[in-house]
Design a protein around this ligand. Structure first.
Ligand code: ZN
Length: 165
């Protein structure tokens, strides 16, 4: 850590975020075929090494650190979203963990969110899982609706991930 000073105040840089073991808060994911399909026989070791950073802001849901592949999860989202949404979001983020471990770039300014190859791939896996747990195409389309996409982008995402509308 390092201290930097100006305007009469001191800031600290290089703080490590507080991380928790994924498996302490999320159990059973290692048994899901969709997760085993991602990590194969490494499933247990990947999930037991995986860390989560919880934050409590009202904005944001979940994301994956492109620095070390840990998850960032909003406790507000965990507390207030329905079970199915959180379940699918975790599946989606675990796809990004796999991509990170494969050395792929998680954020690429070259693409819009709905066209980003890593996003489309993660959403395709998540959509397959949503169908497996019995969601209708309409329910999946609703699940895929996020406030940062315009209606046109939302429809493009549905096309890109093969959801009928
Ligand atoms: Zn994503």
């Amino acid at each position: 850590m390092e201290s930097v000073q100006d305007y009469g105040v001191t800031l600290t840089r290089g703080i490590e975020p507080s991380l928790h073991p994924f498996t302490e808060y999320f159990r059973g994911f290692e048994s899901l075929p969709v997760i085993r399909g991602l990590f194969g026989e490494k499933t247990e070791s990947v999930l037991s090494d995986l860390k989560v950073e919880f934050f409590s802001a009202r904005w944001g849901y979940m994301s994956t650190s492109d620095r070390d592949g840990h998850l960032l999860i909003s406790t507000h989202h965990l507390d207030h979203s329905d079970f199915r949404t959180v379940y699918l979001d975790v599946v989606h983020e675990l796809c990004h963990v796999k991509q990170f471990l494969d050395g792929r770039k998680l954020y690429d300014d070259m693409f819009a969110y709905v066209d980003s190859p890593v996003e489309v791939e993660a959403y395709r896996t998540t959509v397959e899982e949503a169908r497996r747990i019995g969601m209708t195409e309409d329910e999946i389309a609703e699940y895929l609706r996020v406030e940062w996409n315009t209606e046109e982008e939302h429809l493009r995402l549905l096309t890109n991930v093969g959801v009928k509308k």
